[in-house]
Structures are given as structure tokens and as C-alpha cells.
Design a binder for this molecule. Structure first.
Ligand code: FEO
Length: 398
């Protein structure tokens, strides 16, 4: 990524990664990503906020040279995950006088993950400040966005919030600043769903802390910066809020067509009742899109046939993932078909330990769906519509 001056003496020096297609060997990156790092030059001292993924460390060094950096006094570690800290050992070696600024939890992580010596580290507390000379950095310790050691750094005079992974988006976008959330909304929501959603309640607390700051710009560790902070702050308030939408997500898999027929019938029945439906055939689903659909939906219906004696492994994977992501889903049901028996419904129900939704009566049948089975799916659709009405979701736009 080219070096760009954001405001006088604050530079973007990170790297764009147009080619990366998978994160954590799990999350698809259809639009690549970026590893943002920021250089803050005070009159007395210079600080580097985060580094980049180790695969891009040469780009970071080149950018520091282009930004005419002859010394770095502080290496600020907002987050110990390697896509931001992986180049820290190399940069620390290049600038041996630099202090590594971490919070207590992060100290433990950088010493274990990166073999950084404790002697190099300067441990800061929540709201502590660092005076660089005309530029004051304030640290806000904000655990669980999305690791336990995460913190944000606020440049007081310039009113820039370096928000670490929070408010990020996995997109290799060469435009530094977005003014219209539409340009990045899909990527930002997808990122929230994949990475931040499990920590919804912590993030809500941090949003209050962040909301009390006077912020001119939000500068996350992935994706573009926000020149109008309310755009992304309000989106996060919406996503992390308790309000669910009149939507049903149906992750499903079918072996010989019975479960698929049931999904199709239920989908139509729900649409007829004014409910928005998102079916995902798990054989071909991008799990990022599935995660995104889970952000707002009031209900999830898992469509799973029985393989041997239990749920199809694709359905197990989707259920495990949904449980891990901890969406605000209020209602869950299970539909599908078996050949000779099994424990599919009990097994899938037992996996929902972190969501704890209200379980609606499953429609789980032997063989292909008959007339009564389809009627039972209509009854399930009626129940879902009633539940949505009771929580005020069905009054929303159809
Ligand atoms: Fe972008 Fe949690 O690392």
C-alpha cells in the first residue's frame, strides 16, 4: 500500500493484500484484505501503531523508509493476533531502542506468541496517555474485540480512533477514506458477523466508551477508514442491539431430495406469511454469507437429513458454527428426513449451548415428505409467523 498522510504527521503505512482468500484457515476473503498500520510523528517522539501480517513485512519496512522514518520510539500493540503483530519482532529488531507498548494481557500474549522479551515492553493501563510532543495517544482497553487483550488508541489532538479489529472490514480497498457506508457496508457487516458477533455484549459496552469520545475519523486495522464515524458506529449499534428482523435463515443439506423438498415448501410457506427467507444449501454455501444472514434473523431452521444414525456432517458444521458465532436468534427449529432412525434432532439441539433459543417443534420425518408432513411444515410456518408477530418483528417491511 502506498504511504499516505492522513493528517499532518500521521501516516497510513500498512499493506493491501489483494490475493489473500482465506483467514484463520476458515474465513473466506472474497475481496482480499488489508493490514493497516499507522505512523504518528510527534515533535519529540514517533510511534508506530500495529504492524502487518508477516507475509507483508517488507512492504511495511519500505513504507517506513518512504515516510522518512529514522527512528521509532514506541511500537504500540493494539492487538496481539499475528496479522497485526507478526512483523513486530522484525520491526523491534530494526529499531532496538523502541519500547513495545502493551496492556497487561497483551504482554502475556506477545511474550508467548512472538517471543518478545518482557524487558522491551512498557505496560500501560486503561486511559493512560503517551505524549509524543503535540500528539497525545490515549489507550482504551477494550477486551474481547475479538481477543482478550484488545485495545484501541485515540489520537487526542487529531481526534482519530485507531480501533484495532473493531469496525474493520476484510476488503483490499485502495481508497483510504470512505464517506458513504454503502461503499463498504456489505464487507463491514460480513466482517462483524464472522469476527465480532460472538462478542456482541462486550462490544455494546465498548460502544458507550467510544461514543463518549470526540472522533473525527475511525481508523481500523482492516479495510478503509471512516471520515464520518457515526456511519460505522450506528451500524454497530444496530448489529449488536437486541432487535431481530422478520427473517428466517435455513442452512440445509439434502442427500436424495427429501429434505430439499421440505426446505422449498417451508420457504414458500414463510414467504406467503410475509417473512423474508434466506435458504443456504450448505454444499455450496459461502460461510461468510451465512454468518451475515445470522446477524439479524429472528429464526433459524436447520435442514438436516440423517446419515447412518445422526445428522449429516454438513449440518453439524453449520450448527457448530452458528452456535460459535452466537447470533441473537430467538427461535430455532429442525426439519429433515431419515431412513430408519437416529438421533439427529437431539444431537443438533444439544449443540446450541451458546445461543439457547426457544426451540420450535421440529418436523422430522421418515422418508419422502407426504401430505401430512407438508401440512406440518405449514403449521411450523404459522408458529414462526406468530412468534415474529409477538416480538414485534412481523410488523417490519415485508
Ligand atoms: Fe485482524 Fe484479530 O486480527
Amino acid at each position: 500500500m502506498a504511504v499516505r498522510e492522513i493528517v499532518p504527521d500521521i501516516f497510513s503505512v500498512g499493506a493491501l493484500d489483494f490475493d489473500r482468500r482465506l483467514f484463520d484457515s476458515l474465513i473466506p476473503l472474497p475481496h482480499g484484505t488489508s493490514y493497516n498500520a499507522y505512523l504518528v510523528k510527534g515533535k519529540k517522539k514517533t510511534a508506530l501503531i500495529d504492524t502487518v501480517d508477516p507475509t507483508r513485512e517488507l512492504e511495511l519496512v519500505t513504507n517506513l523508509v518512504k515516510a522518512r522514518v529514522d527512528t521509532i520510539d514506541y511500537l504500540i500493540v493494539n492487538h496481539a493476533e499475528q496479522d497485526h503483530s507478526g512483523s513486530l519482532p522484525m520491526i523491534a529488531e530494526l529499531f532496538p531502542q523502541a519500547k513495545i507498548v502493551v496492556n497487561e494481557k497483551c504482554l502475556d500474549m506477545v511474550t508467548h506468541l512472538l517471543d518478545i522479551s518482557r524487558e522491551r515492553c512498557m505496560v500501560i493501563k486503561d486511559r493512560e496517555t503517551l505524549d509524543l510532543g503535540g500528539k497525545t495517544l490515549e489507550f482504551l482497553i477494550t477486551p474481547w474485540v475479538h481477543w482478550p487483550e484488545t485495545m484501541l488508541t485515540y489520537a487526542r489532538e487529531d481526534r482519530i480512533l485507531f480501533s484495532c479489529d473493531l469496525f474493520g472490514s476484510h476488503i483490499a480497498e485502495s481508497t483510504l477514506l470512505v464517506n458513504d457506508l454503502k461503499e463498504v457496508y456489505h464487507a463491514a457487516k460480513r466482517y462483524y458477523a464472522e469476527i465480532m458477533m460472538p462478542f456482541r455484549s462486550s462490544i455494546r459496552e465498548h460502544l458507550e466508551k467510544v461514543g463518549a469520545l470526540d472522533i473525527a475519523m475511525v481508523a481500523p486495522s482492516h479495510g478503509p477508514m471512516y471520515a464520518q464515524p457515526p456511519l460505522i458506529l450506528d451500524a454497530y449499534r444496530d448489529w449488536t442491539g437486541d432487535q431481530v428482523k422478520n427473517e428466517v435463515v435455513i442452512p440445509y443439506v439434502s442427500m436424495h431430495g427429501s429434505t430439499e423438498k421440505m426446505v422449498q415448501h417451508l420457504t414458500e410457506a414463510l414467504i406467503e406469511r410475509g417473512i423474508r427467507v434466506h435458504p443456504f444449501n450448505l454444499v455450496a454455501t459461502d460461510i461468510g454469507e451465512l454468518a451475515m444472514a445470522l446477524v439479524d434473523a429472528a429464526t433459524v431452521v436447520i435442514g438436516a437429513p440423517t446419515v447412518i444414525f445422526g445428522p449429516h456432517p454438513q449440518a453439524v458444521y453449520a450448527t457448530y458454527l452458528a452456535n460459535l458465532l452466537r447470533p441473537k436468534t430467538r427461535f430455532v427449529s429442525i426439519i429433515g428426513s431419515y431412513g430408519w432412525g437416529g438421533t439427529t434432532v437431539e444431537t443438533l439441539k444439544g449443540m446450541l449451548t451458546r445461543i439457547q433459543p426457544e426451540l420450535l417443534d421440529p418436523v422430522y420425518i421418515k422418508g419422502a415428505p407426504g401430505v401430512q408432513d407438508l401440512r406440518n411444515l405449514d403449521i411450523l410456518a404459522d408458529t414462526i409467523a406468530r412468534k415474529h408477530r409477538e416480538i414485534g418483528a412481523l410488523t417490519q417491511a415485508k
